[in-house]
Design a protein around this ligand. Structure first.
Ligand SMILES: Cc1cc2nc3c(=O)[nH]c(=O)nc-3n(C[C@H](O)[C@H](O)[C@H](O)COP(=O)(O)OP(=O)(O)OC[C@H]3O[C@@H](n4cnc5c(N)ncnc54)[C@H](O)[C@@H]3O)c2cc1C
Length: 455
């Protein structure tokens, strides 16, 4: 039996952030992980997919090199080398994280944990007791009824990111963030891609204008997509997978990627037995991530907040600080930045026009077309920055589409979270020529003093 101030089950983004912050604040911490420290984000999510997207960007750059006066040629993808590059990035970060956990004197326990009492997790027959427990067991890729993942022809993101070949054709079931990112990667790698999305538009959680711009860009890249029609069935044959939709149309490809969302890992590990309140498998928590059982907290993908690594980090840090008595502010989830790292990127913070109107704001909008931005022209990217604001009030949302616009979120989230008005931002000087100038120009235009804008 080992006693700690804090026992954490799950060493992904939420769990390890809580461990690092807890230890920094002087708490004795045990961190229990059955697989690899770093969890989904580091090993099966954010980092490996962004490495694949970067390899795709280089492939596209080589295809388009002559547009910039460079003699180069795209020949083919070497997926063994792509995977070696991707795995190298993951492995370096993994080693760094392991070193960090060790340096903070966190007790790292390898094994599958099970909640056996309101203050005890059992691992390999040993009990770890904590004054506080944080549950951070993360999520798994969901599938649909009748759609069996075989790992080769019908796959989830987990198998897709380790492919040693580029399929000739792929159907991506799900036009959300993960689906659009893989569609972008495979198109760059040379596969023929078709996305099937049951909702009326791609990246449906984003502002409608962003979906339109992404769809336009995907059309230009010859990424096929069908929206507003739901999946009915899939049949495998030795040569591929045929998907039938509810309207009777069929699509055939070598591979079917199922990207229909992720479910919480909360079953079979003692949560139900200890009476932890859940809703459709997600643990219900208050605004400080407390469960219904005193002393038990839950963070990351197992609670019904945005399934993003930086949300898990923020929740883990908040809980550690709350336990240490710092009384941190609850998280404002509207202020969380979101990026789809496809080409082009889709990035946003704050409210969409539709949500702002639903909440009763008197909304004004402004779209600044990247065509007026020097750096966007140099990069040959198109898109826009759209501002949603309260009339004569603060900025309520910023929605961007274009290459590299994810990097503009740092400023966008300060604007939103500091409740800045367009005139506050308009007076800041942005470096020329950068994409960030478009952020300045958009706010100048909304403040009534447009510079490089027509009309
Ligand atoms: C393809 C893909 C791309 C993504 N891209 C991004 C992105 O670009 N940006 C972004 O912000 N987010 C991204 N995400 C989401 C991000 O990965 C998750 O939101 C984040 O990893 C959630 O962190 P977590 O700590 O809740 O869970 P996880 O990272 O899933 O960690 C949970 C950990 O708990 C462990 N565990 C589970 N049960 C037990 C048990 N009983 N005993 C011991 N250990 C256990 C698991 O092994 C795992 O390591 C992506 C996800 C995917 C799948």
């Amino acid at each position: 039996m080992a006693d700690f101030d804090l026992v954490i089950l799950g060493g992904g983004s939420g769990g390890y952030a809580a461990a690092l912050r807890g230890a920094q604040l002087g708490l004795s911490v045990a961190l229990i992980e059955k697989d690899k420290l770093g969890g989904t984000c580091l090993h099966r999510g954010c980092i490996p997919t962004k490495a694949l997207l970067h390899a795709g960007e280089i492939a596209d750059n080589s295809r388009h090199a002559s547009e910039f006066g460079v003699n180069a040629q795209f020949i083919s993808m070497d997926m063994v080398a792509v995977n070696a590059y991707k795995d190298g990035v993951v492995s370096k970060l993994h080693k760094g994280l392991q070193g960090l956990v060790k340096s903070r004197n966190i007790t790292y326990v390898e094994g599958t944990g099970r909640l056996v009492s309101p203050n005890t997790v059992q691992v390999n027959g040993e009990n770890y007791t904590g004054k506080n427990l944080i549950l951070a067991t993360g999520s798994y890729p969901r599938t649909l009824p009748g759609l069996e993942i075989d790992g080769t022809q019908i796959v989830t993101s987990e198998e897709a990111m380790a492919f040693t070949h580029v399929p000739k054709s792929v159907i991506v079931l799900g036009g959300g963030v993960i689906g659009c990112e893989f569609a972008s990667v495979w198109n760059s790698f040379g596969a023929e891609v078709t996305i099937i999305e049951g909702l009326p538009r791609l990246v449906a959680l984003e502002d409608e204008s962003s979906s339109k711009l992404l769809e336009r860009a995907f059309r230009k890249r010859k990424i096929n997509f069908v929206t507003g029609v739901r999946f009915a069935s899939a049949v495998k044959s030795p040569t591929g997978v045929t998907v039938t939709l509810e309207d009777g149309t069929t699509h055939t490809a070598d591979v079917l990627l199922v990207a229909v969302g992720r479910g919480p890992v909360t079953a079979g590990i003692g949560y139900e037995e200890q009476g932890i309140a859940m809703d459709r498998g997600y643990i219900t928590v208050d605004d400080k991530c407390r469960t219904n059982i005193p002393g038990i907290w839950a963070v990351g993908d197992i609670i019904p907040t945005l399934q993003l690594a930086h949300v898990g980090f923020a929740e883990g840090i908040m809980v550690a600080e709350e336990i240490a008595g710092l009384n941190p502010r609850p998280i404002n989830y509207d202020g969380v930045p979101k990026v789809t790292y496809s080409e082009p990127e889709v990035a946003s913070v704050g409210l969409s026009t539709a949500v702002a109107k639903e909440r009763g704001y008197d909304v004004v909008e402004l779209s600044y077309d990247l065509a007026g931005n020097g750096k966007a022209n140099i990069l040959k990217t198109s898109g826009s920055i759209k501002l949603v604001a309260q009339k004569d009030g603060p900025i309520l949302g910023i929605h961007m589409v274009g290459s590299r616009v994810g990097e503009l979120l740092a400023e966008a989230q300060l604007i939103f979270n500091w409740e800045a008005e367009a005139s506050d931002v308009a007076q800041h000087i942005h470096a020329h020529p950068t994409l960030s100038e478009a952020m300045g120009e958009a706010h100048m235009a909304l403040a009534g003093k447009p510079l490089h804008a027509h009309g």
